[in-house]
Design a protein around this ligand. Structure first.
Ligand code: ADP
Ligand code: MG
Length: 503
């Protein structure tokens, strides 16, 4: 078991630890809004998708969207969480120009989903080992999204677009179980992979489909352990909440900045106030947005327009029966069926597309060799080039073809890398590339033997020394491969060299 990483901030007065809990807003994948029939389509003309309910016209009544409820339950099941058979909608009251009702319909005391837990995988970074850690989920509730205020369209005026108003969100609240910036990003990644696999959220962070509020506090070493032992939040520092983060990179940068900032404030004799803050990505710093409201400021009360939401076991079981294979299950299957390491299986199952791509490549082939080519060569190239898998210049069938050429000894692994570069460049089928450039491996032992003779004759001293130092045969192998332009079959080269050198 690999130990969890520790993130400490070194202050003037000693070390500090960081603690984080996240509130993730995930837009429910649904054609219509949570309480109206208006479309949720992204990119429509401003105020095109606004029903009378969304615009809060007098006398309009909300009607719950059954599909959204199903999606929330499905997500709860994917989070291994308690599904509450009774939940209730409350009004969260506040004024904002893009909130025509003057309140948001949300769930407060009785959320649809209660406690759960997910396993989060931290990829290695800066030479650290990969590890997995649990994050406890506190709750998942449904709520309406607000509209959008646009401040930069008309001078001296703010425009309001209500298309997003009333769109269904799931707010997924974690316990404060996250301890490093990398863990926070990994947690959001895992949530994203779960909801995308479930089909309950598109997970498109650039469109704001999935965004995280990151609560950060600092305490002295040992404070967190005491909190976990006693459940007493008094052992933790005061949290500040960084709002609306929608990039993994910014999440990490914001936490790093914020943790150091809190230590600076405390060590200067100040106090961290419970505040809502924003991360300014251009400046790389956080700044206060508003002081934090408490629940009572919102005057929550049960929405009198909506009945409590009651579901039964049969309903839940029906949804459970339709759950797809989830990332953790897929990973376990990849480990078992393909004999992959936990890490490789994790990389390959991080998203469904990548997993399907791998399964096509691996089918009927050496699964580990396929995993190496997909993760290291292909994913490595895509990462470096900032490309998505969907934009890959090499298809799964082509990559499979390349692996066939290696497995059948037509080309060596080394030559295969050159062929791969040509595939990326768009030269097409690996078999054609090998033909066109004469890259076929030389397995003709006579031809190899001739090269071996030449090399031995040209290097009598090394040939004499190799008997005492058999490991130096590697040098000869290298020379022969070089002389053959990398095309000689390495096994044959080895065998012939051993014979001729008398090893
Ligand atoms: P609110 O809506 O007021 O922000 P929530 O209960 O919805 O309250 O969310 C609080 C979030 O803050 C949770 O994710 C929780 O884990 C996290 N949290 C609470 N206390 C701390 C703390 N001291 N340090 C870091 N995170 C915290
Ligand atoms: Mg909050």
């Amino acid at each position: 078991m690999v130990k969890r990483a520790v993130y400490q901030v070194k202050g003037d007065t000693g070390d500090w630890e960081v603690v984080m809990g996240l509130e993730v807003h995930a837009q429910i994948a649904s054609k219509s809004k949570l309480f109206s029939g208006a479309s949720t389509q992204f990119g429509a003309e401003p105020n095109e998708n606004v029903s009378l309910v969304d615009a809060a016209m007098p006398g309009m009544l909300p009607v719950i969207n059954a599909f959204c409820v199903e999606q929330a339950v499905r997500t709860g099941l994917g989070l291994n969480a308690q599904i509450n058979k009774m939940s209730r909608f409350d009004r969260k009251n506040y004024f904002y120009p893009d909130l025509p009702q003057g309140y948001q319909i949300s769930q407060f005391e009785f959320p649809i989903v209660g406690e759960g837990v997910i396993e989060v995988d931290v990829e290695p970074s800066h030479g650290d080992a990969a590890y997995t850690f649990p994050v406890r989920i506190e709750r998942l509730h449904m709520e309406q999204d607000a509209g959008k205020s646009i401040h930069d369209l008309i001078d001296d005026a703010t425009c309001v677009d209500l298309n997003r108003c009333g769109v269904a969100l799931m707010e997924i609240v974690s316990k404060p179980d996250i301890r490093t910036p990398l863990e926070a990003a990994a947690y959001v990644k895992k949530l994203k992979s779960i909801v995308v696999a479930l089909g309950t959220c598109d997970g498109d962070m650039e469109k704001g489909n999935l965004r995280a509020d990151v609560n950060v506090s600092v305490c002295r070493p040992g404070g967190y352990a005491k909190f976990r032992e006693t459940g007493d939040f008094g052992h933790l520092g005061t949290r500040r909440e960084i709002k609306n983060m929608n990039s993994f990179r910014f999440i990490q940068a914001a936490i790093e900045y914020e943790a150091h900032e809190q230590v600076r404030v405390i060590e200067a004799g100040g106090k961290v106030n419970q505040e809502t803050i924003l991360f300014d990505a251009d400046r790389g710093e956080t700044r206060p947005m508003r002081s934090k409201e408490d629940a009572h400021d919102y005057r929550y009360f049960p929405d009198p327009d909506l009945l409590p939401l009651i579901i039964d076991d049969a309903y839940i079981a029906g949804i459970k029966a339709t759950l797809p294979e989830l990332p953790d299950q897929k990973r376990a299957r990849f480990e078992a069926d393909y004999g992959l390491s936990r890490y490789d299986a994790g990389v390959l199952t991080a998203d469904a597309e990548g997993a399907a791509f791998y399964e096509t490549v691996a089918k009927g082939r050496d699964a580990k060799l396929a995993a190496n080519w997909v993760t290291q060569e292909l994913f490595g190239y895509l990462n470096k080039s900032d490309l998505e898998l969907s934009g890959s210049p090499v298809s799964a069938v082509q990559l499979g073809g390349l692996i066939d050429l290696i497995s059948s000894d037509v080309i060596s692994g080394k030559i295969a890398k050159d062929v791969f570069v040509r595939m990326i460049a768009g030269e097409g089928d690996p078999g054609d590339i090998v033909e066109a450039h004469g890259l076929k491996q030389v397995t003709d032992t006579g031809a190899i033997a001739a090269v071996v003779d030449e090399i031995i004759a040209a290097n009598p001293d090394q040939a004499a020394a190799v008997k005492d130092k058999p490991k130096t045969i590697g040098w000869f192998v290298g020379q022969v491969m070089k002389a053959s332009g990398g095309k000689a079959n390495p096994q044959a080269v080895n065998k012939i060299l051993r014979e001729k050198l008398g090893l």
